[in-house]
Design a protein around this ligand. Structure first.
Ligand SMILES: Cc1ncc(COP(=O)(O)O)c(C=O)c1O
Length: 487
């Protein structure tokens, strides 16, 4: 590079770069996304060449929106690897894929049966598409205080009472790695001649081991979206949209993707989607066998009675992805937020997410580096939680956490109309009975507690306040506890 003052990065006013550089210099243990784990899962040659991959549509590099060359070839290879009839590369994450999936399935005014534990992108997709949701409530695990599976019987009932619904969209696996019984769900949905769409943002890796729950397409889904960046060594925003069978109008889907995705797609993201598929295809099975053994070893060696690991035994009518480690810390007298903080500040371990009762860690094939030193440090950290909790809880009076299992709030204004309604700011505490303009969403996991157009209940207000006080970031409530409601 030419010698300018930019040949050194010292004293530059570049907050994002500086903050990330500082984080990386701590040599942290990242049990969070992206799945390449700070580049450790990406081959060195590729890392060196990353800047050169930022290219554009020149002769030979094809065009994502009208693929005829290398992108077409890469998408066909991905379809073969994932068992799809067609695969589309996404450069704006699963969010854009979920929007496209909903818009391809539904026309304005259509009904769609949706699991209520969906990600906010499902809600915004339905707003954009003018869809009328019929929500199904997931089951609930009292010990871990988390939503679990969608029961096939509930889908059957919803389809029987809403014969005009175009199909069913569920999230599987959930953020907690919980997997509903997709084979039974697919049988039911297809019995009614409807479409089964799966938000498989957290399950791109499932295809690559027989010891993991079955993936959406093998389970019978017609269409699914996967955030490759979350659980395989792809780059952030890299996702796949897969279609199988002929229930989806593929030309309509293609047209919608052209509308929703940028006209300047990142070749770095697309190249890494291609490379990540090849890595998983060649090494996934072997890596997972080792990784799953290691997860079991850590779990059995960290023999602390007060820590409870979520397992498939805790899931009735479903399964659990073992690479998603969910540990309940309540018996230590800690919240998940406190446990996450201790791991971060005392052990340099960065987890994916905390909630009131649990910590959630993501393990990918990139966690194999340095002889599993990261797993050993995790064991130390978990053992340390016990030690620190004794110290922290000496002067603490425990309040029982509020459990939020409310019925789905009443939809006072249809999703498609909320966007154009006038709004005003009020305090969260004064909002009982008002209609929310915004989505109110603890993030992560990004599952809305209140959707736009829904009536705000006292129970929801109390739960949201408790979440904020305990350290959870809640999107839709600002720092002055203001929220947007319909005027
Ligand atoms: C269940 C679920 N679906 C969809 C998304 C959106 O995925 P992306 O970040 O790839 O846009 C997320 C993101 O966290 C998610 O958790």
């Amino acid at each position: 590079m030419r010698k300018t003052k930019y040949s050194t990065m010292d004293n530059c006013n570049i907050p994002i770069y500086n903050a990330i550089k500082k984080y990386v210099s701590l040599n942290p243990i990242p049990f969070h996304t992206p799945g390449h784990k700070l580049g450790k899962g990406i081959p060195d040659e590729v890392l060196t060449n990353l800047p050169f991959m930022d290219i554009t549509e020149i002769p030979g590099t094809d065009n994502l929106h009208f693929p005829e060359g290398i992108i077409k070839e890469a998408q066909i290879l991905a379809a073969e690897a994932f068992g799809a009839d067609s695969t589309f590369f996404l450069v704006n994450g699963s969010t854009s894929g979920i929007h496209a999936m909903i818009m391809a399935m539904c026309r304005p005014g259509d009904q769609l049966i949706v699991s209520r534990d969906c990600h906010r992108s499902v809600i915004t997709g339905m707003m954009l598409a003018g869809v009328r949701p019929i929500y199904i409530k997931p089951e609930y695990n009292q010990d871990f205080k988390i939503p679990t599976v969608i029961k096939p019987e509930k889908i059957d009932e919803a389809l029987a009472s809403n014969p005009n619904a175009v199909g069913v969209l569920i999230t599987r696996p959930s953020y907690y790695g919980v997997c509903s019984d997709i084979k039974r769900i697919a049988e039911i949905v297809h019995k009614y001649g409807k479409i089964l769409a799966i938000d498989e943002a957290h399950g791109t890796h499932l295809k690559f081991s027989e010891n993991l729950p079955v993936c959406a397409l093998d389970g019978g889904a017609d269409i699914c979206v996967q955030s490759a960046h979350k659980t395989i060594p792809a780059l952030t925003q890299g996702s796949y949209l897969h279609v199988k069978n002929d229930r989806i109008d593929i030309d309509r889907l293609r047209e919608i993707l052209r509308m929703l995705q940028t006209s300047s797609p990142s070749y770095i993201i697309m190249t890494m989607l291609d490379i990540a598929r090849d890595i998983m295809n060649k090494c996934g099975r072997e890596c997972f066998s080792e990784i799953l053994d290691n997860i079991n070893i850590i779990q059995s060696q960290t023999n602390i009675e007060k820590l409870r690991w979520l397992s498939s035994d805790d899931i009735v009518d479903g399964d659990k992805d073992p690479t998603r480690v969910v540990i309940n810390v309540e018996k230590l007298g800690l919240t998940g937020y406190e446990a996450g903080k201790i791991l971060r500040e005392k052990y340099n371990i960065y987890i994916e997410m905390s909630d009131m009762s649990n910590i959630v860690l993501i393990i990918t094939i990139a966690d194999q580096y340095e002889n599993y030193e990261n797993f050993k440090r995790l064991q130390l950290g978990l053992e340390g939680l016990s030690k620190y909790s004794e110290y922290l809880t000496q002067n603490k009076t425990f309040s029982q956490h509020i459990v939020y299992q409310s019925n789905i709030s009443m939809q006072a204004i249809e999703l498609k109309d909320v966007l154009n309604s006038k709004a005003t700011n009020i305090k969260l505490f004064d909002a009982e009975g008002r209609v929310s303009k915004d989505m109110i969403t603890p993030y992560p996991p990004g599952i809305p507690l209140i959707c736009p157009g829904e009536v705000i209940t006292r129970e929801a207000i109390e739960y949201i306040s408790e979440l904020i006080i305990k350290g959870c970031c809640v999107n839709g409530v600002d720092e002055k506890f203001d929220i947007l409601v319909v005027e």
